[in-house]
Design a protein around this ligand. Structure first.
Ligand code: HEC
Ligand code: HEC
Ligand code: HEC
Ligand code: HEC
Ligand code: HEC
Ligand code: HEC
Ligand code: HEC
Length: 372
């Protein structure tokens, strides 16, 4: 056994005393880490009499500490040999997740403090994302992996215990003073007062969604981790790491090119490919996506739009103002709209769908009107 009896006694005594001082640890009741079969040594499965400096008696730095039991096969075997971990426990290999190319950066510098206040108000402070920002190991359970974590709610008010997963994300991706220059406030992008948004904070605005897969309806809500998740569907869930840019769970081509099931796999996971390419909503989807090779991102934002319906936000690297200097989408009713723009030299001033015309048939093929 790693700890001498004497040290263990001192530790348990200290732990009990600390438990009286910190009510949070007294509440440390039924959760994954208090299960004696899984952590046979209880507090001492994690805490060590002489822990590493500047840690609360932990055997190693906080950034990698959790991998002792949530790491590789070798990590888990070692923890089992030392009796920190029960024979049946230790299923998720998070070390593997955090070695992928796109991750939540591990907090190597030890920035995270249990009593810190987020969102950050000081723009000069570096950003971090520790396990402890999203999980409270004293409360996390199989059912509530995010229990005991603070966040920012739908009204942008700080809450001690999150009710919804997105509230955690808004601590750092909402109105945070140290957001990187290329990132925007996600609580604004998803806000329910926008003309359109993916339904994370509440049901969406479009009642007419022919493309949705059968498990979803216009009243459904989705989560950030429905898109930002492990790319390996059989691996541990959560926004830890992915082989895809922006930590997304399935491939999404952000630039124009030939269409394919893999190209827009993320979107086709919820919006049937046959419906989109069958022009069931926008009658010119197929023309743009298949024949012209436009990415969804050329026309749609993946989060929300503060100006347009239908998540329309043109990618201004590709879509430019038209000859009259106008770059605009106007919604003129159900499945009808006008576009003022220029794309690959094609001026839309405006182009209209389906306009005053009936839904396109072979005779009224919109391609003729669009002069492609
Ligand atoms: C799964 C591992 C694990 C177990 C089991 C565990 N702790 Fe902890 N404990 C930690 C970690 C990690 C921290 C540091 C938290 C941080 O800095 O974010 C910590 C911090 C603490 C602190 C410092 C104050 C605080 O709440 O952050 C106290 C006190 C504490 N633990 C007591 C206990 C007691 C008492 C037990 C047994 C009932 C226990 N711990 C069991 C991992 C564990
Ligand atoms: C001493 C071993 C050990 C350490 C160290 C440890 N855990 Fe765990 N943790 C477990 C076990 C065992 C479970 C139950 C699920 C399993 O068997 O993998 C668990 C479950 C969890 C769960 C809930 C998931 C579930 O299915 O129950 C979360 C979240 C979690 N741990 C996060 C952490 C974090 C964060 C740290 C570091 C602060 C940490 N753990 C450190 C052993 C450990
Ligand atoms: C429907 C899928 C989907 C949902 C739901 C979603 N995202 Fe995204 N997110 C994406 C895609 C795709 C990208 C990458 C490129 C882009 O902007 O289109 C992205 C990019 C990001 C980025 C990096 C680039 C940027 O825009 O700043 C962050 C941070 C982010 N998302 C956070 C979140 C948070 C937080 C939530 C939940 C409140 C969320 N996302 C919900 C699909 C989604
Ligand atoms: C940015 C937030 C965030 C960070 C950072 C983070 N996690 Fe998670 N983690 C999540 C979310 C969200 C889930 C999924 C919860 C669910 O299934 O609803 C999750 C799930 C888990 C699970 C359960 C996985 C499963 O499928 O059984 C474990 C274990 C876990 N995390 C451990 C860790 C450890 C260890 C770290 C640090 C090395 C860490 N997490 C860092 C957000 C985070
Ligand atoms: C404690 C802070 C913190 C929390 C909480 C947090 N993140 Fe992050 N996240 C970061 C940091 C730091 C990065 C690295 C890039 C940066 O600085 O934004 C990052 C990166 C990301 C990226 C990749 C961005 C890119 O440019 O490609 C996505 C996507 C993301 N986070 C989604 C989420 C989601 C979803 C949640 C909630 C489940 C969440 N984050 C919670 C701090 C956090
Ligand atoms: C996890 C499921 C999911 C994924 C993945 C997803 N969506 Fe959605 N999307 C929905 C749901 C549910 C709605 C319905 C919202 C409503 O009724 O307003 C929706 C609505 C939309 C709308 C219509 C919004 C409106 O107000 O008219 C567009 C456009 C859209 N999604 C595009 C995309 C694109 C592009 C992607 C890939 C980057 C994507 N979606 C990925 C679930 C998803
Ligand atoms: C040329 C611009 C353009 C491109 C490229 C584009 N869309 Fe659209 N999309 C639209 C417009 C405009 C609407 C609104 C139609 C209406 O008025 O109802 C729309 C509506 C939608 C809707 C809502 C209704 C429904 O259920 O079909 C979804 C979902 C959607 N698009 C997904 C996608 C996906 C996924 C891609 C990429 C594979 C994509 N779009 C590419 C312009 C575009």
């Amino acid at each position: 056994m790693a700890l001498s009896n004497m040290k263990l006694k001192i530790f348990i005594l200290a732990a009990l005393l600390v438990g009286i001082v910190f009510p949070a640890t007294v509440l440390f009741a039924l959760n994954s880490h208090s299960d004696k079969r899984a952590l046979p040594m209880g507090c001492a499965s994690c805490h060590k009499g002489h822990g590493m400096a500047r840690t609360p008696m932990l055997p190693e730095a906080r950034a990698t500490f959790c991998f002792r039991c949530h790491g590789s096969e070798a990590d888990v075997q070692q923890a089992k040999r030392k009796n920190f971990l029960g024979p049946e426990a230790g299923k998720a290999d998070l070390r593997r997740e955090f070695s992928k190319p796109f991750i939540h950066p591990l907090d190597e510098a030890g920035m995270h403090r249990p009593d810190e206040i987020l969102p950050e108000l000081d723009p000069s402070l570096p950003r971090h994302s520790a396990c402890g920002d999203c999980h409270n190991h004293h409360f996390a359970s199989k059912e509530k992996k995010l229990a005991g974590i603070s966040g920012v709610d739908v009204n942008r008010i700080r809450v001690q215990q999150v009710q919804n997963e997105y509230e955690i994300c808004f601590k750092c991706h909402g109105k945070s003073a140290n957001l990187p220059g290329d990132q925007t406030d996600k609580s604004e992008e998803f806000t329910l007062s926008n003309p359109s948004y993916h339904p994370v904070l509440g049901p969406g605005k479009n009642q007419n969604m022919p493309s949705l897969i059968s498990s979803l309806t216009p009243m459904s809500t989705i989560k950030c981790i429905d898109c930002h998740n492990n790319n390996d569907a059989l691996g541990p869930r959560g926004p830890h790491g992915s082989v895809y840019r922006h930590l997304i769970s399935r491939n999404y081509s952000e630039s124009d090119g030939p269409e394919g099931a893999f190209q827009y796999a993320l979107c086709y996971g919820c919006h049937r490919r046959t419906s989109i390419l069958g022009n069931e909503s926008f009658p010119l989807h197929r023309l743009h996506i298949v024949e012209k090779g436009a990415s969804c991102k050329t026309c749609h934002d993946s989060h929300g739009s503060s100006i347009n319906t239908h998540l329309i936000e043109f990618d201004t690297f590709i879509v430019r103002p038209n000859k009259s200097g106008r770059l605009q989408f106007i919604d003129v009713g159900p499945r009808a709209g006008q576009c003022f723009l220029s794309c690959h030299g094609r001026d839309h001033n405006p182009e209209t769908y389906p306009g005053a015309f009936p839904m396109p048939t072979r005779k009224t093929d919109p391609r003729k009107r669009l002069r492609w």
